[in-house]
Design a protein around this ligand. Structure first.
Ligand code: PLP
Length: 377
C-alpha cells in the first residue's frame, strides 16, 4: 500500500481531468491566437475556463488571467504593483510562502519599496491590531499581502476583515489563496480583494498552470512581454491543455466543495484523535479551533533520534508526508513558518495533508506505522 498524505504540496489529478486533458491535447491543438477554426476552438476552451474561474471568485471575466503558476502570479502582482501603481510600502506576514517573501526581499534589496511585517502569534494568527497600527501609521501608498490559508500549518486569515481594513485605509489587498481555492468559498468583491493567485495542481488539476485575479480598478502592466495573449497581460502561447484541466478541476472542486470538506474534516479528526490517544507529548501546530484548513494537520513530535528519522521511515513504510524543516548548509532547520510561530527547534514537525481521495484505512495504517517507529504510549 502506498499512501499520499502530502496534498498541500500537490494533489493527484482526477481521472476525469486527465481524460479531458488527453482529449483536448489530441483534438484541440490549435493556437488560440489563430483565426481559423482550430484556433477558434482552442480560444473557446481558454475563454470558457476564464468564465468558470471568474464565476468561482465572483469576479468579472476581464479580471482573470492565466499564468504558469501561482509563483508567477504572486511575483507579477507584487513587483508590478510597485512598478505600475506606485506602491511604496507592502505590509505582509512572516509566514507567507517563499514566492511572496523572496519577491519582497528582492523589492527591498533593490530599494523599490519598504516592507513591514505583521506580528504573528504561536498559532500563526496575524495580529489584526498590529496590522491596523501599521496601516494607520503608513504615510506611503500601501498594499497588504496576506495569504488566505497557510500551507504549512493550516491557519487561515479572516480575509473579509483584512479586506475591510484595507478598504478603510484605502490600501490595496493581495491575497495568496493557493491553498484555499476550490476548498473554501472566496468572493473577491465581498473581501475587497485587489489581487489574488491560484494554482491548478492544489485542487487536483495539472501542474504548471495557475491564474491571477486583478481587480479592474488596479490595472498593472504585463510581467512577461511578447504577443498579445491574455489581452496583452501575459504573453506566450496559452497552455490550452493545462487551462482546460484547471477549469475542469476547479469546476469539480466547487461542485463537491462541501462533501469534500466534510470528508477531509472527518479524516483529520480521526487522525488527530488517534495520535492524541496513542502518543505522549504530541502537539499540533497552527490554529485548531475554527479558522484552520482541514486538509492540513501539522504534528509536532517530541525530540529524539527516532523523531529525526520519521519522514524517512514513513517513506520507507510507503507513506508520503512532508517534513516541517528545510535543509540549510547541510543542517536540518525548522522552516521559516515554524520559526515565526516559535516552534521549539528540538521537536520534529511532520505535515500530513489530506484530500477527499484519502481513506480512514490509510489513517489507521499510518498511525500503526507511526507507533512502531516512535515511543507510543
Ligand atoms: N503559495 C502557497 C501558499 C503555496 O502553497 C504554493 C505552493 O506550494 C505557492 C504559493 C506556489 O504555487 P505554484 O506551485 O503554483 O508555484
Amino acid at each position: 500500500m502506498r499512501i499520499y498524505f502530502d496534498n498541500a504540496s500537490t494533489t493527484p489529478m482526477l481521472t476525469a481531468v486527465i481524460d479531458h486533458m488527453v482529449k483536448v491535447s489530441r483534438e484541440d491543438f490549435g493556437n488560440p491566437s489563430s483565426i481559423h477554426q482550430h484556433g477558434r476552438k482552442a480560444k473557446s476552451i481558454v475563454e470558457n475556463a476564464r468564465k468558470l474561474v471568474a464565476k468561482a471568485l465572483n469576479a468579472s471575466l476581464g479580471e482573470v488571467f492565466f499564468t504558469s503558476s501561482a509563483t508567477e502570479a504572486n511575483n507579477m502582482i507584487l513587483k508590478n504593483a510597485v512598478q505600475d501603481l506606485g506602491i511604496q510600502k507592502i505590509i505582509s506576514s512572516p509566514t507567507e510562502h517563499h514566492c511572496v517573501l523572496h519577491s519582497l526581499d528582492y523589492l527591498t534589496l533593490h530599494n523599490k519599496c519598504m516592507v513591514e511585517y505583521i506580528e504573528v502569534d504561536k498559532y500563526g494568527n496575524i495580529n489584526y491590531n498590529h496590522l491596523e497600527v501599521l496601516l494607520k501609521n503608513s504615510n506611503a501608498k500601501t498594499m497588504v499581502s496576506v495569504m488566505h490559508g497557510n500551507n504549512e500549518i493550516g491557519t487561515m486569515t479572516d480575509i473579509e476583515k483584512i479586506g475591510m481594513m484595507c478598504k478603510d485605509y484605502q490600501t490595496l489587498f493581495h491575497c495568496d489563496s493557493v491553498q484555499t481555492i476550490g476548498k473554501y468559498s472566496i468572493d473577491v468583491q465581498a473581501a475587497h480583494i485587489s489581487f489574488l493567485s491560484g494554482s491548478a495542481h492544489k485542487f487536483h488539476g495539472p501542474k504548471g498552470v495557475g491564474f491571477v485575479y486583478i481587480n479592474n480598478k488596479n490595472i498593472i502592466s504585463p510581467y512577461i512581454h511578447g504577443g498579445a495573449q491574455e489581452r496583452n497581460m501575459r504573453a506566450g502561447t496559452e497552455n490550452v491543455t493545462g487551462i482546460a484541466g484547471l477549469a475542469m478541476a476547479l469546476e469539480l472542486a466547487v461542485q463537491n466543495m462541501d462533501s469534500n470538506r466534510n470528508k477531509i474534516q472527518h479524516l483529520r479528526q480521526v487522525f488527530k484523535q488517534r495520535l492524541e490517544k496513542e502518543f505522549d507529548d504530541i502537539q499540533f501546530n497552527g490554529r485548531q479551533d475554527d479558522l484552520f484548513m482541514s486538509h492540513v494537520l501539522s504534528v509536532s513530535f517530541p525530540p529524539g533520534p527516532k523523531a529525526d528519522m520519521l519522514v524517512m521511515n514513513l517513506d520507507i513504510a510507503g507513506i508520503s508526508a512532508s517534513s516541517g524543516s528545510a535543509c540549510s548548509a547541510g543542517i536540518e532547520e525548522d522552516s521559516h513558518v515554524l520559526v515565526a510561530i516559535g516552534h521549539p527547534a528540538e521537536r520534529k514537525t511532520i505535515r500530513f495533508s489530506f484530500s477527499a481521495l484519502n481513506t480512514d484505512e490509510e489513517i489507521h495504517y499510518t498511525v500503526e506505522k507511526l507507533k512502531s517507529m516512535t515511543s507510543a504510549k
